[in-house]
Design a protein around this ligand. Structure first.
Ligand code: ADP
Length: 446
């Protein structure tokens, strides 16, 4: 097992990883920018190293600084969390080249899945169904026209290097195709330095359903069921559930069998998530994330496992030691991502938290690095807390969510807590009757 783990992240996920390490008896090293010197992930770490000024490219994305911090402190493994360097294959390679262990999959698998075209090609060859679309990268606008004409409008132009919902544009009809093509390429070039795009049929009322996988690299691959992440704004998840209100056990088992077989053939190791769109009883793969996800706690609650500890064990070379039959699902879990934003305009709201009260009680979990007096810097992702509830049934989970949201107080900055209260109170949410477009309509309806 590792002697010391450096956590190359900040905020709630840095704390989340520290918690797992502490329970495993592994000391941790926190890294931080000058803006985060007082942050909770620094306060609670065994050791901490300042790795640069506030902009992420100079600190949390600064590979040389992070590797130096690991060398100075004698860490022998690095957990990247999510975001920042977690899906950077070059970083994973460099960590290994320095004799440390990267707690995640191989650099080759990160590279493959980071290119969404390569990911789709690989999954198709392993028998996983895809959303209909172009056969790889689009060479020209004319090719986009031909493919769109064949599969029918509306279509979506997507960036091969995409992430966070960027570089994705819908064309409702042939007239809109040129604009979508240009905008997607410009946005992709600016965001990812790569303007390669591909085309997919734009599904009109899908749900986003993803499957949590864990593989030990010794031939064992299990899944921990699905998460429904259809409640999105601008293609970004706001609320997630495990399991999906739309799926039954048979559909889950069938999806799980296909996905685990594919990853076994691929020789995948560590945690990963396969993302699908689900419409009319059909699953279609859209992408794979080769890291721990923001919404992993809902899976932990219903499966009673600690995914971060499992990631660490597997990275240290351990076998899973259990099979699919031993994975049990109990009850229902819901997560709300609380961001430091105006709940109506979504304008960012950095600043100092003057008072903070987290809800508690049975089946309530709050993953957050906030405290009274904490500063929320303007430099990073706006998510400041995750509220997770777990209960025997979905109905009870929603009642618990409403109760917990009413207790939650964050003063000094604006947060999206009022929006979560609106969602939790909504009869269509209670009925589980929503697609990926539902929240967008709720938000624009004001
Ligand atoms: P990113 O990597 O930027 O998050 P994804 O490919 O995971 O991009 O897609 C993000 C979201 O965009 C999906 O969850 C879904 O809501 C929407 N989306 C993606 N592809 C399609 C599609 N073909 N049809 C309709 N919606 C889509």
């Amino acid at each position: 097992m590792f002697q010391k783990i450096l956590i190359a992240n900040r905020g709630e996920i840095a704390l989340r990883i520290q918690r797992a390490c502490r329970e495993m008896g592994i000391p941790t090293v926190a890294v931080h920018s000058t803006a985060d010197a007082e942050a909770m992930h620094v306060r609670l770490a065994d050791e901490s190293v300042c790795i640069g000024p506030p902009p992420a490219r100079d600190s949390y994305l600064n590979i040389a600084s992070i590797l130096s911090a690991a060398a100075i402190t004698g860490a022998d493994a690095i957990h990247p969390g999510y975001g920042f360097l977690s899906e950077n294959a070059e970083f994973a390679d460099m960590v290994e080249a320095h004799g440390l262990t990267f707690i995640g999959p191989s650099a080759d698998h990160i590279r493959m899945m980071g290119d969404k075209i390569a990911a789709k090609t690989a999954m198709a060859s392993l028998g996983v169904p895809l959303v209909p679309g172009s056969d790889g990268e689009l060479a020209s606008l004319e090719e986009a026209r031909r493919v769109a004409g064949r599969i029918g409008y509306p279509v979506l132009i997507k960036a091969a290097a995409g992430g966070g919902g960027r570089g994705m544009k819908v064309a409702k009809d042939a007239d809109g195709l040129e604009d979508a093509w240009r905008l997607a390429r410009t946005e992709a070039a600016a965001a990812f330095g790569n303007d390669a795009v591909y085309l997919e049929k734009y599904l009109d009322r899908p749900r986003h359903i993803e499957l949590q996988i864990l593989a030990d690299g010794h031939g064992s691959v299990v899944h921990f069921g699905e998460r429904d992440c259809s409640l999105q704004r601008r293609h970004q998840k706001l609320v997630e559930e495990a399991g999906s209100p739309a799926l039954d056990a048979a559909a889950r088992d069938a999806l799980g069998a296909t996905a685990t077989a594919a990853l076994r053939q691929l020789g995948y190791r560590n945690a990963g998530t396969l993302e699908f769109l689900w419409q009319d009883g059909q699953f279609a793969f859209i992408e794979m994330n080769t890291r721990l996800q923001v919404e992993h706690p809902v899976t932990e609650m219903v499966c009673g496992i600690d995914l971060v500890k499992e990631q660490i064990r597997v990275a240290a070379g351990a076998e899973l030691g259990y099979g699919q039959d031993e994975v049990r699902f109990s009850g229902h879990a819901i997560e709300c991502r609380v961001t430091a934003e105006d709940p109506e305009t979504f304008a960012p709201s950095a600043g100092r938290v003057t008072a903070f009260h987290a809800p508690g009680g049975l089946g309530v979990r709050v993953d957050s690095a906030l405290y009274a007096g904490a500063s929320v810097p303007p430099w990073y992702d706006s998510m400041v807390a995750k509220l997770i509830v777990h209960a025997p049934t979905r109905e009870e989970a929603i009642a618990r969510l409403r109760r917990a949201l009413a207790e939650f107080a964050v003063v000094g900055i604006k947060t999206t807590l009022p929006l979560h209260e609106r969602i939790a109170a909504h009869p269509e949410f209670a009925a589980g009757d929503y697609t990926i477009h539902w929240l967008e309509r709720l938000v624009t309806a004001g």
